[in-house]
Design a protein around this ligand. Sequence first.
Ligand SMILES: Nc1ncnc2c1ncn2[C@@H]1O[C@H](COP(=O)(O)OP(=O)(O)OP(=O)(O)O)[C@@H](O)[C@H]1O
Ligand SMILES: [Mg+2]
Length: 376
Amino acid sequence: MSAIKLEDVTKSYGGFNAVDDLSLEVKEGELLCVLGPSGCGKSTTMRMIGGLERPTEGDVHIAGQKVTRQPPYERDCSIVFQDWALFPHKTILENVAFGLKMDGIDRTKRKERARETLEMVQLDGHENKKPKELSGGQQQRVALARSLIVEPHVLLLDEPLSNLDKRLKEEMQLELKDIHKELDQTMVHVTHDQSEAFTLADRICIMNDGKLIQVGAPPDVYNNPKNQFVEEFLGDTNFLEGTVVETASDEVVAKTDLGCHVDIPVTNRQAAPDEGESVSISLRPENMQLRQSEIQTIKADGGDTRCTASGQVDNVIYRGSMTRLYIDTGSRTIFVEQQYDPDREIEEQQNIVIQWDPKRLVAFDNEETQFTTVEN
Ligand SMILES: Nc1ncnc2c1ncn2[C@@H]1O[C@H](COP(=O)(O)OP(=O)(O)OP(=O)(O)O)[C@@H](O)[C@H]1O
Ligand SMILES: [Mg+2]
């Protein structure tokens, strides 16, 4: 049995589908991150799970029960919103105990449970303060404690960390992960921050334009993106544009706007494009190696270079442990990322050769569907 099951759910507002025929199952104890650009329907999906919106079509199930028409208070779930929505005039203890008051639990027991929950989110000692006396990160934890105290079957978190600065955000991500592990709590966490999704998620669900595009474990969606949107959304990359000039059973060769021919391994010949068709090839900046230009390049038949390009370093950007280099190949610029190495510093204007392993690229056909790796 799934903790949450959405069945062909659509939410329309005056003919516009904010969520469009979405089906999804969240397993018991799973932490699922919903990731997607602004306006793609993440909050609307959460609100339908939580009962704050009713689907125009389709059904919502929680813990095996159909709850599509049930009001929020009859659903075994709790939502933490982006703005936390704390009661400003109540103390932290009262804020956290509030959910239990609604459940009719007596005062002494409420306070005891609220204290325990505050301890879990590391806020013991702050019981008698008002929300405005706490930092953003602390207020966020109060909101979390207030939702956890009712022991919901499903905890829904709608961008609860987006108002925090980078460091605090990362700290809270780890805390959320710990709480998830400790309680085995089913959580659905909405974010539009890829690194947050990669830090937290057991599985990532990627949405665009109201539709579910792909759902899978973080390495699966990163290494085996369903389409070009997913590849682009999950991290910076170089897209080479090309045309197929040769096909074989296990690869296609494309002539690209980088000047060189690129070998694209394919696992399913049926799904790969034919000669003359256009392709986009994604070369992630971390999947390329750089060599000094005097090192011999790989020559293919006819003297053309394959899976390699030479150029001149235009820009070197230090990003702490990583260095990003922009390389002008004459036909276009490619960016490459490398671990910073003080013994092998690369300088601007230096001539350089870029190489990559064909196994480390993914390519997309003219409908933006990925055809290089095996179906999940
Ligand atoms: N009550 C409403 N009436 C009309 N349109 C709405 C309503 N609620 C949401 N929408 C529209 O539905 C789409 C999806 O909105 P939603 O809030 O789910 O996006 P989101 O993915 O959560 O975005 P963000 O990352 O900005 O929070 C948007 O285009 C939004 O304008
Ligand atoms: Mg939203």
